[in-house]
Design a protein around this ligand. Structure first.
Ligand SMILES: *Cc1c(COP(=O)(O)O)cnc(C)c1O
Length: 221
């Protein structure tokens, strides 16, 4: 439930001695039935996260018309050939994870004179199947993005499943601090309070707001 999560975020901010409202709640609406998304919009929430360009394309243009200004964040892997659509669709991209995508986004930003807010994804668990730059490569990649004039606002991570997220959040915070980055996109339904305790500025919460996702029969893309 949206209200429960907002209350828990406020409590976690207070417990960490952080200012009220310092954590932005991204309601992750991927794969959710439209009526659940509309209910959260009707409750006044305006910040959402999506994982698939095609799904977002089919959903958000209409919802923007109905509900006015929104902030939709891309939090799933972004293929280079979908970058052009993505920069027109999203206010922020959390999954900048490789030089080819950075170069593509930099070209698009030049053409458009604007760029979504960007987060560099770091593979804090060094998992082979997971996207993100390795922790050892993060400083160099952030510097390369800055050299391309990309508006890198912060870092993002998805800790390995089934283990304590806290060390991963702490590692991400340390990499951000030494690179002078303010934004920390970390924490999901199961661990957002732990993320807020170590400085998350953006938590990405899906199932705890909308209920479990049903992937059966879902077109991805
Ligand atoms: C799906 C997803 C979330 C939300 O996960 P929940 O466990 O449902 O809160 C957050 N971040 C990313 C990158 C995701 O893909």
């Amino acid at each position: 439930m949206l209200e429960t999560i907002q209350t828990r975020i406020a409590a976690a901010e207070a417990a960490a001695g952080r200012a009220p409202g310092s954590v932005e709640l991204i309601a992750v609406s991927k794969v959710q039935p439209l009526e659940r998304v509309v209910a959260v919009l009707e409750a006044g929430h305006r910040i959402f996260g999506e994982n698939y360009v095609q799904e977002a394309q089919g959903k958000w243009p209409d919802l923007r018309e109905r509900f006015g200004p929104l902030s939709v964040h891309m939090i799933g892997p972004l293929q280079t050939n979908k970058a052009k659509v993505a920069v027109g669709l999203f206010e922020a991209i959390h999954t900048l994870d490789r030089p080819s995508l950075a170069e593509k986004l930099a070209r698009l930003a030049q053409e458009r004179g604007a760029c979504p807010r960007l987060f560099v994804q770091v593979n804090t668990g060094e998992e082979p199947q997971k996207a993100g730059v390795l922790p050892a490569d993060a400083d160099g990649f952030v510097a390369a993005c800055r050299a391309m004039d990309l508006p890198v606002e912060g870092l993002m991570c998805i800790p390995p499943e089934g283990c304590d997220s806290a060390p991963h959040f702490a590692l991400l915070a340390a990499i951000a601090a030494r690179n002078g980055l303010q934004g920390l996109s970390m924490g999901m339904s199961g661990d957002f309070e732990a993320a807020i305790a170590v400085g998350a500025t953006h938590v990405r919460v899906g199932s705890a707001i909308f209920g479990a996702r049903d992937y059966s029969g879902q077109a991805r893309g």
